[in-house]
Design a protein around this ligand. Sequence first.
Ligand code: CA
Length: 230
Amino acid sequence: MSRRILIIEDEPHIVMGLRDALEFEGFGVLSASLGRDGIALAQAESPDAIILDLMLPDMNGYAICEAIRAVSGTVPIIMLTARSQETDKIRGLDAGADDYVTKPFSVNELIARIRAIFRRSVRAPPMGVDPQLIQIGDARINLGAHTVQRNGAEEQLSFYEVELLKLLSQRVGQAVGRDEILQKIWGLGASPSNRTVDNFIVKLRRKIEKSSDRPSHILTVYGFGYKLVP
Ligand code: CA
């Protein structure tokens, strides 16, 4: 059965362009032009990924993202933002988006990101075969269930947070370059202005470290990348 992508966007020409391109790639496409319809579709249809516009007539994208996260902790969400300010992107990531694309965007790049998401989720072993538990400090992480337990509380990890942890935990104690992370996880070429990896590291530290400002497990290797010291 083909993977289904839900597009939540009110600009018809963008929906049309994305629908054509995604269907050409063999994906099924659902779409909604209002936030509340998008949330209802996300809940009723369980799409495999969601493309969410930040600016919609009835609700803002952050609120939609949070509402979808409340019912589906793990579906990959890519946010479309018309603005290029870094704060919008970080706010979107905080609301639970996995990635963002700034308008005007290249449909091909967006599709490349979606394909990369699905390539990786196919590679992951089925749940139950390998519980995929890792311990980092006092945080106990289940990579299969996308959860982190700490101090008696459980939090969800997003798709990209899990992918980052998988990559870093395969190379414990070794520095992993930012460019390599960007390429392997997001399927993107290196760009000095791309802060995607850093933004996700910030989010992971908040969930795993005792003090996210003074991390003792997910360490920065200045001018290069990151290193995991469990
Ligand atoms: Ca819009």
